[in-house]
Design a binder for this molecule. Sequence first.
Ligand code: PEP
Ligand code: MN
Length: 337
Amino acid sequence: MLVVMKPHASQAEIDAVVGKIREMGLQAHTIPGAQRVAIGVTGNKGGLDPGQFETLPGVADAIRVSQPFKLVSREVKEEDTILDVGGAKLGGPEIAVMAGPCSVESKEQILETAHAVKAAGAKFLRGGAFKPRTSPYEFQGLAEQGLKLLALAREQTGLKVVTEVMDVESLPMVADYADVLQIGARNMQNYSLLKQLGQVKRPILLKRGPSATLKEWLMAAEYVVSYGNYQVALCERGIRTFETMTRNTLDLNAVPVLKALTHLPVVVDPSHGIGLRKHVAAMARAGIAAGADGIIVEVHPHPDKALSDGHQSLTPDEFEGLMRQARVIAGAVGRQL
Ligand code: PEP
Ligand code: MN
């Protein structure tokens, strides 16, 4: 249920509606909008009668929300959500560019990459310190040492740090260093982690599970939002299909479909999406053309020596070339970069 307040409803009227929802044992989520405040109601088992809200002072309308995901749906909030990451925006007219290595490997590697992607125009530095690797024998990340190196790179460049958190145990530590918490594809349906993310004061970049449907993915985002954190962006990173020539199949259908269904920003990860360095730029351009609000791209000063995902990492020069093309595409679809 969504209770839509009249444009000039007073704070007291809003508070009274919230109070009534809570008295019923339900949760109230106040959603400020440009025109009017709306209050999302969750926690009800069956359908609610709109009549019990429509008669309250200041209420314009009470609407049943048809989608199973409610708080993240456009039905509940029409305007795009724009995440403000210490002044760097995700959502809105400017395309957010996140770039950096798959894994933080050393001080030299992260600083060189950070300065290069900053010079090319990125506003966010990506890099994993806790790595979810398919094999237990592969590089697992530098853990807190990696987070410290990311913080150093932020200090030197002003870039905002995007880094993965893999579990509930390390969440407080990672949140201490990160500007944006990345939830990896393998953890998209880790519901205990999603619930904890609802309590964290950091924006979340929620990657799509390798075989998650759009509905499952939106429900995962709904977990984070319904537990209290409205700062969520979705990241399409490719899904598993029958195709073996590419690492994954980047589902660009997801971009316009999500933009219609949800107000959350949508980011495209062409690096994991295709998994082949020489084709990453094409898919990054395609993502922007499809309406993505941002891209996240793996960049490494020496991809052939990378400890993870070197085969899909761009060199700083290649990244700079991509940025030049991306600016043209952004302009063509009414965005800035
Ligand atoms: C990554 O960003 O390096 C990563 C592990 O991504 P994903 O979770 O999409 O596989
Ligand atoms: Mn990677």
